[in-house]
Design a protein around this ligand. Structure first.
Ligand SMILES: [Zn+2]
Length: 104
């Protein structure tokens, strides 16, 4: 995607996948402003304000934006715990896709 490695931990815009400096600015407790992506000019990650069930429904509907939120902005892939969760999630996803494909 042409990103440099210096911003390896930077969050990503869920719309276009480009790295952004920050997802939100917090002015006070419970008062945040979501930041816009410099490339696509949309809110970088609107899922920050969503409840888990909304994110889960979008994950079930295979929305790319929800997957980007989970993988790039929620899970920090560097830790071994997150790698375990990611591996379990991928395995579960493959099994469920196989069930759908073979009408089980
Ligand atoms: Zn973007």
């Amino acid at each position: 995607m042409g990103d440099d490695g210096a911003e390896g931990e930077a969050p990503r815009c869920v719309g276009c996948g480009r790295r952004v400096r920050t997802l939100f600015v917090q002015y006070s407790a419970g008062n945040i402003r979501l930041m816009k992506c410099d490339v696509c000019k949309a809110v970088a990650d609107p899922y920050i304000e969503c409840e888990f069930m909304i994110i889960l429904i979008d994950l079930i509907l295979h929305k790319t934006r929800a997957y980007r939120h989970l993988l790039f902005n929620k899970l920090h892939i560097g830790s071994s715990i997150d790698k375990g969760i990611l591996c379990q999630f991928i395995l579960m996803h493959i099994v469920l896709d196989a069930c759908i494909h073979f009408h089980l």
